[in-house]
Design a protein around this ligand. Structure first.
Ligand code: F6R
Length: 636
């Protein structure tokens, strides 16, 4: 370990390993688990694993299954204890952790059923205390947990130990935090259906494990990871109690690490290699911290904030300020497809060819307009040949009542126009019957999904029309991984990749817009982006591809900071209003929650991000726009 490496991590109170991708971390953890199992087996002993559910460990479990199938890893000498279970859900419930563990792991390996321990969500209330004590006794009876896998919730929970849980807490019945319940709302088809209670191992139970690994992916976890790793331990963030454990590691991806001091402000924790990006990041940070425009930063501002070495290398402040100011200024362009017949030496996008063939990949309908509605309109108005490609149908996100209304409308229409019931009428009637007989949390039939997908198509067409994109310029891919999958558990295959590659070959674009790779890898956006990434890698050799630029946009997730942007497209007040209108057309996606919960609608979030970025540019001393949409250049 180099001196610089240790220095950069001096604020970190937990060993934190950052991996380029979630799969890299999962492979390493799977290898460690496999080694433990094999060593124990060689000694004729059992290996005792503590397991988690949720999106995070899914890829780890896939690795373990692969090792079982391909490398002969046997789980016959393994005993498992799961962290938690929703209280009140029977094993048969599709969202129970019992179901999850069996579908994601146990059904595919040779673990004996009697070695699997999962808290029982149906224990009568009066018996819960004794049951929980029994769970602890069982763990102790097999010699304690050898290896505990954890995820982390956005509240900082481990297991379901929500804020307020003490370091000494043991297995017990707990109340779920409202943020945790909101995060689970999509799985349970609405906030109201999410259980209020759960049985969870305690923080103390977890800390008794001999070795602990916490996994986290995606920028949604970045803030809570930084707090758990860098702040003093406190019961307001239970994961921080892991700091006291002798053998704990956080194994996280780049996006989940992005709020650690060593990533955000490395100059505060040691020597830094002043790459162009680091320099820009530091100057923007300083300007924002001191609330001073870039051009007004002084030498002493730099040296008083841990950046005197930057001044030595690239100072004095005056010249450095001007250089970074110009760099930032050059990111601004009202010509996202390049400005024809203009000198493009300092512009983010090249002037030629003109017009450009532009492909905008949208993982689901609405990501496109949320992330770049204003820019789509500009591209069209400036004469480019824009095609929007919806990778998935988005039908999983349509509430049943929307489908009911549509089925009724079709039924009635077919009654008006058809003397005898035809195929359309029958379809609508079937959908209606299926919706009526659907039990709570049951997945949708292919027919219901079809109708819901069609609804989203209609919304997408109407939305894009307001941006000037006609329906002949829209492609609906309906990728198969989505149609056969459920949230958190998508598994794309070669056919999905071939479809994305095929569409790119067909359209041979000069510009591609796609969402980035900072989301949880199990999310629809991340799966869709990964397909684009792999398709681009496969097409790298094609002549047209060498003349193609890829731009990344953000939906309503955490927006990029000003230092991370390569192209900033100003949006006028009128364009912002038009963008909001385009988002409104995605009617089925409006929040189902009553307005008084304080939850913001996605159009409000998009507007806030776009205005916020404009304010950030203004604060840096650039220009004062109403709103800005931001893009990052991506090198394939
Ligand atoms: C699940 C568990 C929870 C999750 C956490 C993160 O058994 O104990 O602590 O690990 O809520 O959930 P995901 O992985 O879905 O983001």
């Amino acid at each position: 370990m180099s001196h610089r490496f240790i220095e950069a991590q001096q604020r970190e109170r937990i060993v934190t390993e950052v991996f380029p991708r979630a799969d890299d971390a999962c492979l390493q953890v799977a290898n460690e688990i496999a080694a433990l199992i094999r060593n124990r087996s060689a000694e004729g002993k059992m290996a005792v694993l503590g397991l988690a559910t949720g999106s995070t460990p899914v890829r780890l479990y896939r690795q373990l299954i692969r090792m079982h199938r391909e490398e002969g890893l046997s789980f016959r000498n393994v005993i498992t204890f799961n962290l938690d279970e929703y209280y009140g859900l029977p094993r048969t419930h599709p969202e129970s952790y019992w179901q999850f563990m069996h579908k994601q792991l146990f059904d595919h390996i040779d673990i004996p059923a009697e070695n699997v321990n999962i808290p029982d969500g149906m224990v009568p209330r009066a018996e819960v205390f004794a049951w929980c004590k029994g769970y602890e006794d069982r763990i102790r009876a097999v010699g304690g947990l050898d290896f505990q896998i954890l995820g982390i919730g956005r509240t900082g929970h481990i297991g379901f130990n929500e804020p307020g849980s003490t370091r000494e807490s043991r297995t017990r019945l707990v109340t779920l935090d409202s943020l945790t319940r909101r995060d689970a709302a999509r799985d349970f088809l609405g906030d109201a259906n999410v259980p209020r209670f759960a049985i969870t191992m305690g923080v103390g139970t977890i800390l008794d494990a001999r070795s602990i690994v916490l996994l986290a992916w995606g920028e949604g976890k970045a803030s809570v990871i930084a707090q758990a790793v860098e702040m003093p331990p406190s019961d307001s963030l239970p994961a921080s109690f892991l700091q006291g454990h002798a053998k704990v590691r956080f194994m996280i991806d780049q996006a989940a690490a992005s709020a650690l001091t060593r990533m955000r402000h490395p100059w505060l924790v040691g020597a830094v290699e002043w790459t162009p990006f680091r320099t820009r990041q530091a100057v923007v940070w300083l300007s924002q911290k001191l609330q001073k425009p870039v051009l007004k930063l002084l030498d002493e501002d730099y040296s008083e904030h841990g950046m005197s070495d930057l001044l030595v290398e690239q100072g004095p402040a005056y010249g450095l300020n001007i250089r970074i100011f110009n760099e930032l200024q050059h990111t601004i362009s009202g010509w996202p497809g390049g400005k024809p017949n203009a000198d493009d030496a300092q512009r983010p996008e090249r002037a030629n060819p003109f017009p450009k063939r532009v492909v905008i990949f949208s993982p689901e309908p609405s990501h496109d307009v949320l992330g770049m509605g204003g820019t789509i309109r500009r591209l069209v108005e400036q004469g480019h040949d824009v095609t929007v490609v919806y990778q998935t149908s988005g039908n999983l996100a349509v509430p049943d009542d929307e489908a009911e209304m549509a089925a009724d409308l079709i039924s009635e229409l077919s009654g008006v126009f058809e003397r005898q019931e035809g195929a359309t009428g029958r379809f609508a009637r079937d959908v209606r019957t299926q919706l009526e007989s659907k039990t709570a949390f049951e997945g949708d039939s292919p027919q219901i999904r079809r109708l819901k997908g069609l609804l989203r198509r209609g919304e997408a067409r109407a939305s894009l029309q307001t941006c000037g994109v006609g329906k002949e310029r829209i492609r609906f891919m309906d990728l198969a991984f989505y149609e056969r999958g459920r949230y958190r558990q998508f598994n794309p295959d070669d056919a999905d990749l071939a479809s994305v590659t095929g569409i790119l070959k067909d359209l041979a674009p000069h510009q591609i817009f796609a969402t980035g790779d900072r989301d949880d890898p199990s999310s629809v956006t991340a799966v869709c982006f990964d397909l684009v990434r792999r398709a681009c890698a496969a097409l790298r050799g094609e002549p047209w591809f060498r003349d193609c630029r890829v731009w990344l946009y953000r939906g309503v997730e955490t927006p990029w900071g000003a230092a991370e942007i390569d192209m900033a497209v100003p949006i006028s007040p009128r364009e912002l209003a038009q963008k909001t209108q385009a988002i409104f057309y995605h009617k089925s996606q409006r929040s189902q929650t009553p307005v008084d919960t304080g939850l913001r609608e996605s159009w409000q979030q998009a507007e806030q991000h776009n205005r916020g970025l404009a304010a950030a540019y203004d604060g840096l001393g650039l220009a004062n726009y109403e709103a800005i949409e931001a893009f990052q250049r991506w090198s394939v």
